[in-house]
Design a protein around this ligand. Structure first.
Ligand SMILES: O=C(CO)COP(=O)(O)O
Length: 154
């Protein structure tokens, strides 16, 4: 990435996990979340609108819900990532159906890559993430050095 320098940030042991699923993938996410409930309960959960409502109903855990995805929820989560208020994204996006808010979805996935947060796009990768020893410990990771970026923008 030209013109961007990086710095180290600390990710706390307790993660802020964003959970999102498109309609045809919601059952997969809900079943996965129920299976992983004990692990998820150790972290803070947030989600797009419908996904959050369904997760709360299924798990009985607190879930901070944004607006529904097609109405701007993906963008809300993207903004939280840019503000370093989300540590991890589990997004079961639908590989078989076009979505009306595709630009928002791309933007969410892009900003997650920019800020170097772990992303799982399906059940198997989500299992790999949750089974990482890093889930239970604070660790440092690389993020864009925004003050350095800004001082170079003269
Ligand atoms: O569309 C979504 C993500 O792009 C998900 O939104 P909902 O959780 O509101 O269905």
């Amino acid at each position: 990435m030209i013109g961007i320098s990086f710095t180290q940030a600390s990710m706390a042991a307790r993660k802020r996990i964003a959970l999102v699923a498109h309609d045809h993938c919601k059952t997969f996410l809900l079943d996965w979340a129920e299976r992983q409930k004990d692990k998820l309960a150790e972290h803070d959960l947030l989600a797009t609108g419908t996904t959050g409502q369904l997760l709360h109903k299924r798990l009985g855990l607190p879930v901070e819900s944004m607006i529904s995805g097609p109405l701007g929820g993906d963008q809300q989560l993207g903004a939280r990532i840019a503000e370093q208020r989300v540590d991890m994204l589990v997004f079961f996006w639908d590989p078989f159906e076009p979505q009306p808010h595709d630009p928002d979805i791309k933007a969410l996935l892009r900003v997650a890559a920019v800020w170097n947060i772990p992303v799982a796009c399906n059940e198997c990768s989500a299992d790999y993430l949750l089974s990482s020893p890093l889930m239970e410990q604070a660790h440092s990771y690389r993020i864009p050095d925004y003050p350095a970026y800004l001082s170079g923008r003269r």
